[in-house]
Each structure stands twice: as C-alpha cells, then as structure tokens.
Design a protein around this ligand. Structure first.
Ligand SMILES: *[C@@H]1O[C@H](CO)[C@@H](O)[C@H](O)[C@H]1NC(C)=O
Ligand SMILES: *[C@@H]1O[C@H](CO)[C@@H](O)[C@H](O)[C@H]1NC(C)=O
Ligand SMILES: *[C@@H]1O[C@H](CO)[C@@H](O)[C@H](O)[C@H]1NC(C)=O
Ligand SMILES: *[C@@H]1O[C@H](CO)[C@@H](O)[C@H](O)[C@H]1NC(C)=O
Length: 384
C-alpha cells in the first residue's frame, strides 16, 4: 500500500472527533437524553468542519499539512455567540449550521457533550475545556459569565492586558496546568487593549488497540504528492482491520481502533488523486465510508510523525459569513453594555501538536477568540 497523504489523514482524524458522539453507547435514560441533545450538534459541526477544511486547504500551499480541531473551533465560536446579539449572532449561528436552534438549546447540547466526553474510558483520555481570561477592571455581564461557567464548564480568571507579556504568560500558565503541560505557548503578542480572550483546548491520549511492532519499523518512501517523496520511519503491522476500497473516488479507507470505543479513520488517496479525494470529502461521504467497512487482512504502513501548526482563521470565518463580529458593526451587548466589543482574531494559535508513535496517538489543540473593545483607549474598558 502507498504511503498516506498526511493532510488528509489529519483532517479525517479530527473530523472523527466531531463525529465521535455517534459511537458512544450508554444505557441509562439520562444518557439517552444527553445523546439526543449532543446529536443535534454532530451534523452541523461535521458540516462546518468540512467547510473549514476546504477553506484552509485553498489557502495552504501544496505539500503543507493542515491540522486543526473543528470541535475546538465550533466550541469557541458557540461560546462567543452566547454574548452576541442581532445580526452578529445570526451570522455566527448560520455559519455554524445552528439556524434551527436557539442559544439555550446549543448551550445545553454543549453541556451534555462535555459531560459525555469527560467520562473517562480506560486507556483513553479526552479532555475538552474552556476558559475566559478577562481584563482586570472590566466586568462582563453576569449572565454571560454564568453561561460560560454553567454550560461550557469554563473557568474565568482576570489578567492585566496592559502588561501584554505578563498577561500572555499567565494565560499560557493556566492552559498548561489544564493540559499536563502539553499546550504551553498558546498565546503571544497580545494587544494591550484586549478585553477578553476566550479559550478552548482539546487534549487527547489514545492507545492503539493493536500497537505496532517497533522491530518492523524501517526507513521507507512516503509520497507527499505526485512529485515529492520523502524518507520516513514507516511503522508496519499486518492484521485484520476495517477496510474499504472506493474505486470510484480513488481512495482506500481504513479504520485504526484505539483501546476503548474510538478510532481513527484514515483515507489513502490513490497516486496523485489527493485533489479528487478532497473534493468529495463531506460528512455524508465519511459516513458512507464508515458504513461500508468490512474486516480484512491488511499490511499497513503508517509513518511515525509529529506535527505542530499555527493558523489564523479570520479570513476563513469571514468567507463563511461571519463578518460583523470582526468590525465596528459587531454586537456583543450580551457580554457588556459598557463598551462596544469586537473580535480581533480567531486562531489556532501555535497550539497544535500531534504525535503518532507506535503505541497510540497524542493530540493537543487549542483555539481561541480574542476580544478587544472597539476604538477605545487602553484604559477604556475600565469602569468609569
Ligand atoms: C429555545 O427553544 C426551546 C425549544 O423550542 C424553547 O422551549 C425555549 O423556550 C427556547 N428558548 C429561548 C430562550 O428562546
Ligand atoms: C523485538 O526484538 C527484540 C530483540 O530481538 C525482542 O526481544 C522483542 O520481543 C521484539 N519485539 C516484538 C514485539 O516482537
Ligand atoms: C463500548 O461500546 C460497547 C457497546 O457498543 C459497550 O458495551 C462497552 O461498554 C463500551 N466500552 C467502553 C470502554 O465504553
Ligand atoms: C510554538 O511552540 C513551540 C513549543 O511549545 C515553540 O518551540 C515554537 O517556537 C513556537 N512557535 C512559534 C511560531 O511561536
């Protein structure tokens, strides 16, 4: 089998996180209710993930990797929308695919989702957390802070943005303490006028159900695209896997299970067919592939890799229709009625790292939304 093309595999991996709630099985009535509630989010979140992927892909130079957490970004934007009103809110909800829902339903669904994800499984750890770093002296509306705490399990702490370096260090220290020091340098270059930073982080540790045998790892060729080949440490394992060959779409799909009830879906495009495969990626296509799996013997080659990336999503989100939030038309009157606020940056800010070794996969991702006041002086966010 040919080497897989990394960017596609990573996108699929993270989509799997967005779709993960389909695969949880609970028996109690309480959990069924939770599952229904989370289920409301899984379809729009998966669609939004594909939109983000295609938009980032169009902006990424050929041969470069794309790596982001769709769930993290949907969560950060939902957190933001709790404080948005009017057209600003409509644009956020419409782009996220939540138009048929109201904010309370979305908040409840996230609350249940975090609860389900937080149920630790043996050999597996997935933590999704939220936080808001608020400018000392600036008082967001009580309702907004309560919603962050109640629905998003968000922690709220104050920082002094007038000293941007210290503020960044303090935010980074907070995130590091929540992620076992795995996400260390999430923010930098903060604006002294910042009113608030909304943060989401995803921290995942999974162990392969069937680890690779290190003795079989060899230097092998990995085909980045039709004309680029690199030498990698290729891990090998022969065994039975869920597998599907899609001739029509020039792809081979394989499921690599973790211990517990989650798995990674890997899409191997045929030689030089990456663009065609990317063009057909959608929530429904992923589901069709998932539902077509059959078990068969596979001689699997998987490169040992680790990756970290930094991405600004501003342009991508503006293209998806979220425009008012970034400008002077922004309406965040649900956060504050003292000062007008707008979003200055939405990023996956140097916080992504993924490591794929013999025994499992580690993935740490942070996303954040930076909210400064519009056109007010550095002291302007303070109460009169
Ligand atoms: C949201 O929708 C639900 C279900 O339709 C409804 O019960 C609830 O009152 C609505 N909440 C708000 C704040 O509109
Ligand atoms: C790898 O090789 C070493 C040394 O030959 C051996 O002791 C070990 O059992 C092998 N590992 C596996 C998983 O076969
Ligand atoms: C995995 O799912 C099965 C049902 O499909 C369930 O019986 C089992 O308890 C689950 N395991 C874990 C670790 O959640
Ligand atoms: C990103 O973080 C890593 C370690 O956390 C650091 O080594 C690297 O220099 C950072 N990159 C940027 C562009 O800040």
């Amino acid at each position: 089998m040919r080497g897989l093309v990394a960017s596609c595999a990573l996108a699929a991996l993270l989509l799997a996180v967005a779709l993960a709630d389909h695969h949880h099985h609970h028996s109690s009535a309480q959990s069924n209710e939770e599952e229904d509630s989370c289920h409301r989010l899984s379809a729009p979140n998966a669609d939004f993930a594909v939109v983000l992927y295609k938009s980032l892909n169009a902006k990424t130079a050929a041969g470069n990797n794309i790596f982001f957490s769709p769930l993290g970004i949907s969560t950060a934007l939902s957190l933001l929308s709790t404080g948005a009103r009017g057209e600003t809110h409509s644009q956020l909800f419409s782009s996220l695919g939540y138009s048929t829902l109201n904010q309370t339903q979305v908040n409840e669904a996230y609350k249940h989702l975090f609860h389900m994800l937080g149920e630790s499984q043996e050999n597996q750890k997935l933590d999704v957390g939220n936080a808001a770093a608020v400018r000392s002296g600036f008082s967001p509306l009580e309702q907004f802070l309560n919603d962050i705490k109640q629905y998003y399990s968000g922690e709220i702490f104050q920082v002094d943005f007038t000293k941007p370096e210290e503020a960044a260090a303090e935010i980074n220290k907070h995130i590091a303490s929540k992620t076992n020091d795995k996400i260390k340098d999430m923010v930098k270059d903060l604006d002294p006028e910042m009113a608030m930073v909304l943060i989401n982080y995803v921290y995942f540790r999974g162990q392969w159900e069937k680890p690779f045998d290190g003795n079989r790892t060899r230097k092998e060729e990995f085909h980045v695209d039709g004309s680029t080949t690199v030498e990698v440490d290729m891990m090998r394992r022969t065994g039975r896997y869920n597998f599907y060959r899609d001739d029509g779409n020039h792809a081979t799909i394989l499921q690599l299970p973790y211990k517990g009830n989650t798995s990674m879906m890997i899409v191997f495009p045929d030689e030089d067919k990456m663009n065609q495969v990317e063009a057909v990626i959608s929530k429904d296509q992923l589901r069709r592939w998932h539902d077509s799996f059959f078990r068969t013997n596979v001689n699997l080659g998987m490169p040992k890799f680790s990756i970290s990336a930094e991405a600004s999503l501003d342009d991508t989100l503006k293209e998806s229709g979220i425009t008012d939030a970034f400008g002077d038309k922004a309406d965040f009157s649900g956060m504050s009625n003292e000062v007008p606020l707008k979003v200055s940056k939405v990023g996956s800010l140097n916080m992504t790292s993924l490591f794929c070794p013999l025994h499992g996969l580690k993935c740490d991702i942070g996303s954040c939304v930076l909210v400064p006041p519009t056109g007010v002086s550095p002291g302007g966010a303070k109460r009169g």
